[in-house]
Design a protein around this ligand. Structure first.
Ligand code: FPP
Length: 242
């Protein structure tokens, strides 16, 4: 693959955990547990392929309206999985960031997030952004509020600097598993020019082969960023001056 045909930043809506469990007559939480395994595998595979940033949607602003048992199960799983997996992630050189509204999260979850961030902050491998209690609309609103608080003019550049993923470039590729084809309030601002690939696989079944399929589809897309084909380089990349 030429360098521009590999995405720098991949973002994933990890959908289908509940259905994966139901198909096996297991409680929905078993699907979420398996989802953690799938995420570990995917992070490794992304790193191995030279992808620099992986951003995943782990809990949305709207997920609070699920049955209380599932919400508390997801919170427990999140804290437990972080506590259990973070040293391995650290060994693999992953730098972890947590993105989302922290105001409603428990002390336990916040503590695990802070420890994982502190432990991995100097790593130089894959940047893993975990969106937790995240919503694209929340992100835009908090960015606008920051502009107002700092008395800055509402320009695109200023707003970009206040968005919660300002530390990474916008996603090049957004993958959604589980067969649904919608954005569900994920990276509304940041995915303005992302390519979308929808996979029929349920998230726990998403493996290296499925990732490679998505990467192959991405590599064949012509990204024009509002331009027309003749304005692009022969290999489909943007001219340096643009
Ligand atoms: C969507 O599937 C998935 C979620 C709401 C949770 C995803 C969370 C994980 C994979 C665990 C993350 C943990 C860490 C430590 C980052 P769904 O429940 O909507 O599935 P369905 O559409 O089949 O019901």
């Amino acid at each position: 693959m030429t360098s521009h045909s590999l995405p720098v930043h991949v973002a994933i809506v990890m959908d289908g955990n509940g259905r994966w469990a139901s198909k096996r007559f297991l409680p929905r939480l078993a699907g979420h547990h398996q989802g953690v395994e799938s995420l570990k595998r995917c992070a490794k595979a992304c790193d191995a392929r030279g992808i620099r940033v992986l951003t995943v949607f782990a809990f949305s602003s709207e997920n609070w309206s699920r049955p209380a048992e599932e919400v508390s199960g997801l919170m427990d799983l999140f804290a437990m999985a972080l506590g259990r997996e973070v040293s391995q992630m650290h060994q693999e050189g992953v730098r972890m960031h947590f993105v989302g509204d922290r105001s409603k999260l428990s002390d336990r979850v916040l503590r695990e997030m802070e420890q994982a961030t502190a432990l991995t902050c100097n790593n130089t491998g894959l940047i893993l952004n975990i969106c937790f209690n995240y919503g694209g609309r929340w992100d835009i609103v908090q960015a606008v509020q920051s502009l107002i608080a700092k008395n800055l003019p509402a320009t695109e550049k200023n707003l970009c600097a206040m968005m919660s993923l300002a530390h990474v470039p916008d996603p090049d590729l957004v993958i959604r598993t589980g067969g649904e084809q919608r954005i569900s309030n994920f990276l509304l601002w940041q995915s303005a020019y992302a390519e979308f690939v929808f996979s029929e696989q349920l998230w726990p079944d998403f493996n290296e082969q499925e990732l490679d399929k998505a990467l192959q589809i991405f590599a064949k897309r012509q990204r024009r960023f509002g331009k027309i084909s003749p304005q692009l380089n022969a290999d489909g990349s943007l001219p340096l001056s643009s």
